[in-house]
Write a protein that binds this ligand. Structure first.
Ligand code: UVW
Length: 324
C-alpha cells in the first residue's frame, strides 16, 4: 500500500489484482506469446474472409516527424542522423567504390517504445514474476524470457475490428483521463453495426495520438493523463472469455494512465498482459482508417503486423497493415 499526494490510500498492484485470472501455463511452460496462440490457421482465414475491397492502410506513426514523436512521458524522441550523404562527397570524404556510385546512409537512436510498437509480454510486472511465471530477474540486462523477439518471429495475423470510441461519443478525441469499459465497447460496436467476436484483434480509436499532432507539446504532456480503458474485474473477465489476442490503440499505454477508482498506475498492463498474455500494441495511427470505416461502414478487416525482431527487447517498433 502507498499514499498518493492527495492522501488517497493506493493499494499495491498485487492487492488490487488478487484473484485476477492468469493464463500462465495454458500454452506450456515455455510460452512467450500468450494470447497470440489464439490466432490459429482458421483465425487467419477468418481474417482473410473479412477482406472485401482491397483497400490497405498502414498504421505506424511517422518516426522523426518535426512535430515530435508521441510517446509515454520520460522517453525521448527518435534521433536520426546522417552518416553519409552528398555533403560528405562534396568534402571529398565520401566512401568510394569502383564506378563511383555515391550513397546516403543514416543511423537512429530510439526508445524501442518510442513509436508505434508491440510491448514484449514481459515488459511490465509486479512482484517477482513476469508473464507465464518467469522470474523477473530474467529481465536484467536484456529480456531472456517473454521478450518481443518471439512475437516478431511469430507475427500477428487475424480478423481485426475497430471501435471508434471518440466518434461514438461525438468527439475528435476523448478527453484527458476519460474512461470506457468493455460494455462501452460492445455498445459502440453495436452502434457501428458490427460486433466484437471471439479472437478478434481489438483496435480502439480514442483520437489521442491525432490530438498530439494538433497540440502544443508542453500542453499535451502537462500533468499527463491519457484516456483509455479502465480496470475492473468484469472487464478482465470479458477479455479472458472473449479470448482477445491483441489490444491495439492510438494511445501511449492502451489504458487510462491512472485508474480513477484505485489510484493505481497502469493496472491493465498487468491484469491483461502479464497475467492473461494479451499482446499490447500502442501509439497506433487510427484516424485515417477510422474515417474510411465511418464512410463505408466496414469496421472489420484483415490485420497483419510483426514487430522488429529485437533480441532481448522489451518492445519493438511496428508498422501494422490492415486490408479491408
Ligand atoms: C510503460 O512502459 C510505462 O508503458 P508502455 O507499455 O506504454 O510503453
Amino acid at each position: 500500500m502507498s499514499t498518493s499526494a492527495t492522501e488517497k490510500v493506493v493499494p499495491d498492484m498485487a492487492e488490487l489484482l488478487a484473484g485476477s485470472p492468469k493464463n500462465w501455463g495454458k500454452w506450456g511452460p515455455d510460452d512467450e506469446v500468450g494470447c497470440l496462440n489464439y490466432l490459429t490457421n482458421d483465425e487467419v482465414l477468418r481474417g482473410v474472409s473479412a477482406v472485401k475491397q482491397g483497400k490497405t492502410f498502414t498504421l505506424q506513426v511517422q518516426m522523426g516527424n518535426p512535430a515530435g514523436d508521441p510517446m509515454f512521458p520520460g522517453r525521448k524522441d527518435v534521433q536520426r542522423v546522417n552518416v553519409v550523404d552528398r555533403g560528405l562527397y562534396m568534402c571529398g570524404c565520401g566512401p568510394r567504390f569502383p564506378g563511383n556510385l555515391e550513397y546516403a546512409d543514416d543511423m537512429m537512436v530510439m526508445y524501442l517504445q518510442g513509436s508505434s510498437q508491440y510491448d514484449a509480454l514481459g515488459h511490465l510486472w509486479y512482484g517477482d514474476q513476469i508473464y507465464n511465471g518467469y522470474d523477473a530477474m530474467t529481465t536484467i540486462g536484456g529480456m531472456r524470457k517473454a521478450s518481443v523477439l518471439p512475437i516478431g518471429e511469430r507475427g500477428v495475423v487475424g480478423r481485426g475490428v475497430l471501435i471508434d470510441m471518440a466518434r461514438h461519443r461525438g468527439k475528435d478525441s476523448l478527453d484527458r483521463g476519460e474512461t470506457f469499459d468493455h460494455q462501452d465497447l460492445i455498445n459502440a460496436a453495436s452502434a457501428q453495426g458490427c460486433e466484437i467476436q471471439k479472437h478478434d484483434i481489438l483496435l480502439i480509436r480514442t483520437g489521442w495520438i491525432g490530438k498530439f499532432y494538433k497540440s502544443d507539446r508542453a500542453d499535451f504532456y502537462k500533468d499527463y493523463i491519457e484516456p483509455g480503458l479502465t480496470y475492473s474485474p468484469e472487464l478482465v473477465k470479458w477479455f479472458n472469455e472473449t479470448e482477445i489476442p491483441n489490444l491495439v490503440t492510438d494511445t501511449c499505454a492502451n489504458e487510462v494512465t491512472i485508474d480513477p477508482e484505485s489510484g493505481v498506475a497502469l493496472p491493465l498492463h498487468n491484469a491483461l498482459m502479464r497475467n492473461l498474455g494479451v499482446a499490447f500494441t500502442e501509439i497506433i495511427a487510427l484516424d485515417d482508417l477510422a474515417a474510411d470505416c465511418a464512410a463505408d461502414g466496414q469496421w472489420t478487416f484483415l490485420y497483419t503486423a510483426a514487430p522488429l525482431k529485437v533480441v532481448g527487447g522489451s518492445g519493438a517498433p511496428v508498422n501494422p497493415i490492415v486490408i479491408k
